[in-house]
Design a protein around this ligand. Structure first.
Ligand code: NAP
Length: 301
């Protein structure tokens, strides 16, 4: 059982990944820099970003400051980024990887994911990730937003089994089918939008459990993730919330409480293939990288 921010799960290649970290989607570079620095100051060991978020530069600055100030050692830190949709394909993926490393001011990544499975291209993209892994540039490779069908394709056509599938996971969306499939194939589940992008915290069942433990709704949800063995990466740019979200090690949800939260599953996704165009190269949304005004470095790719 995970006991603190340094608690790790062992991935299928033996790499140890923290079970809890910071997400930074929709944070601009300055906010991401400050949030990452504050998180590392408060003992976080993991950061989840993506080229698509347009804030690898800010994340890199926050990490560089934290390393320089001795808040953490590089070997204790776990950094994830993701292949953007417009970079799919073997040659592009290899070529664009160095940009991610440079923006993050790192010489290797801990985990590199395919952000969304662009149909017709993701197998080639996976081949590039396998080669980046073989070259020692990333410690583990995985995918995000893959359904069972697309994972099966990858398992058939790839050489390496993905270490991670990062999918939406929160009280309303508990990915039952994927949980079973991933377990069966040694793929670790990582959950995005653990707080339902903010909305899951108002659920009355969660509220009652929170009251019983003297904790907040966010803490109950994040504790549920950890007790479910799902790696969780709540996003906040506020230092007080960073501390609150990470303060989940001093209580345990009972079997009945775990069951009650499992009962909230509506199997409802906030973003998925049909309604959301990130699975194709031909949609504006899928091609878009968030371009924060303070980071021209994000404009050139
Ligand atoms: N792979 C993918 O396709 C994918 C998709 C979505 C997300 N992700 C990853 O998962 C991370 C988390 O998901 P998310 O950002 O969508 O949503 P989330 O973590 O479920 O929720 C974040 C929202 O909740 C607020 N919040 C955080 N802690 C709070 C607290 N203790 N009390 C009240 N409000 C709180 C945040 O506001 P403030 O920041 O203002 O505090 C923000 O609005 C992302 O940042 C990203 O790294 C990946």
């Amino acid at each position: 059982m995970a006991t603190n921010l340094n608690s790790r799960l062992t991935l299928n290649n033996g790499v140890q990944m923290p079970i809890f970290g910071l997400g930074v989607w929709q944070a601009d570079n300055a906010s991401a820099e400050n949030a990452v620095y504050a998180a590392l100051k408060h003992g976080y060991k993991m950061v989840d970003t993506a080229k698509q978020y347009g804030n690898e530069t800010g994340v890199g600055r926050g990490i560089a400051r934290a390393l320089a100030d001795g808040l953490i050692k590089r070997s204790d830190l776990f950094v994830t980024s993701k292949v953007a949709n417009q970079d799919h394909g073997y040659a592009q993926t290899i070529a664009k990887f160095d940009g991610t490393l440079a923006r993050l001011q790192l010489d290797y990544l801990d985990l590199y994911l395919i952000h969304w499975p662009v149909d017709g291209m993701y197998v080639e993209t996976w081949r590039a990730l396998e080669d980046l892994y073989a070259a020692g540039k990333v410690r583990a490779i995985g995918v995000s937003n893959f359904d069972v069908h697309r994972l099966q394709v990858l398992l058939r056509q790839g050489k390496i089994v993905p270490a991670i599938n990062q999918v939406e996971f929160n009280p309303q969306m508990q990915e039952r089918e994927m949980q079973d499939f991933a377990r069966e194939h040694g793929i670790q589940l990582e959950g995005w939008s653990p707080l339902g992008h903010g909305s899951a915290m108002s659920d009355p069942t969660i509220g009652a459990i929170a009251q019983a433990h003297g904790k907040t709704a966010a803490q109950v949800i994040l504790r549920f993730d950890v007790q479910s063995n799902v790696i969780t990466i709540p996003k906040t740019v506020h230092e007080n919330r960073l501390v609150e979200n990470a303060d989940i090690w001093d209580f345990e949800l009972t079997d009945a409480e775990m069951a009650a939260i499992r009962g909230l599953d509506k199997n409802e996704r906030s973003l998925w293939y049909p309604a959301f165009g990130w699975y194709g190269t031909d949609t504006d949304f899928g091609m878009a990288t968030q371009k924060w005004p303070d980071s021209p470095v994000n404009y050139d790719e």
